[in-house]
Design a protein around this ligand. Structure first.
Ligand SMILES: [Zn+2]
Length: 269
């Protein structure tokens, strides 16, 4: 078996195990046509099944399925011999019914016994794909194939996961009453932790205008304080040294008066 397929099968079987409770040895129900195909293709049946399922297996056949083989006479004796080596699964059909119907009834609505079904019946496989978690094996040109998970299987798996992710209302209530206080400080920690680092790094780089504003604000703030301080000093100076202040004012006055004089002169000329 190719590496890629082996990996896919391993993954698939782990899905059946993790999500649907399948356990080794996997119980494999084999139908009569599968027994015949195995003989005609000269497969080492048990070994092939173990390779495909990537684990130990318990091969089984229902009373109805082995009955089908008996009915086919001496020609199918090797298939009968193969089937006789399997564990007999009691299906409690008093009179043998067709193998497909028998296997469908044994699997039931939910495959609660977690059977793997090895069948050459296309119709049966189609039918069993509608039931979640029924691993299906068939032989195609001497190659044993494990079908990818059916839609029903995938949906069942996802809804099961969904339920795990979204706990029921009473569970949420229980959690909120016990865990809410523990969660709140965690959030605070999370905010405290990354923020000082990320803020320092991020601010100068991507948000270019932001630091500008910050510095402007800072400068303005500084300027404001400076002005304030100057004003205070001036006020102080005004209180204690009235001469300096009046000196400045006088200078200004002089300038303006000079201008006024100049303009007056211009006007005069
Ligand atoms: Zn039966």
């Amino acid at each position: 078996m190719r590496q890629k397929r082996a990996k896919a099968y391993r993954k698939l079987m782990s899905l059946y195990c993790m999500s649907f409770g399948f356990r080794q040895p996997y119980q494999v129900l084999v139908d009569s046509e599968m027994c015949k195909a195995s003989i005609s293709q000269k497969l080492e049946f048990a070994k092939q099944v173990e390779t495909v399922l990537q684990g130990t297996v318990k091969l089984m056949i229902t009373q109805c399925c082995i009955h089908e083989l008996y009915l086919q006479g001496k020609a199918q004796q090797p298939a009968v011999d193969l089937a006789k080596a399997f564990e007999r699964r009691k299906c409690n059909h008093r009179e043998a019914i067709p193998g497909d119907d028998c296997l469908a009834s044994v699997v039931g609505e939910t495959n609660k016994h977690r059977y793997v079904i090895a069948t050459q019946s296309h119709d049966l496989r189609v039918k069993l794909r509608t039931i979640p978690a029924v691993p299906l094996i068939h032989i195609n040109r001497s190659v044993m194939i494990l079908e990818p998970p059916s839609e029903a299987t995938v949906e069942a798996k996802e809804s099961a996961e969904e339920q795990l992710l979204h706990p029921s209302a009473p569970e949420i209530a229980a959690m909120s009453s016990t865990n809410a206080p523990a969660e709140a400080p965690k959030k605070k920690k999370g905010l405290k932790g990354p923020n000082p680092l990320s803020v320092k790094k991020k601010k100068p780089k991507p948000e270019y205008p932001m630091p500008k504003n910050d510095t402007k604000e800072g400068e303005q703030g500084k300027a404001g304080t400076k002005r304030k301080r100057d004003a205070d000093e001036e006020r102080d100076a005004g209180e204690h040294q009235p001469l300096q202040r009046s000196g400045r004012k006088r200078k200004r006055h002089r300038k303006t008066s000079d201008k006024a004089v100049d303009s007056e002169v211009d006007e005069g000329v």
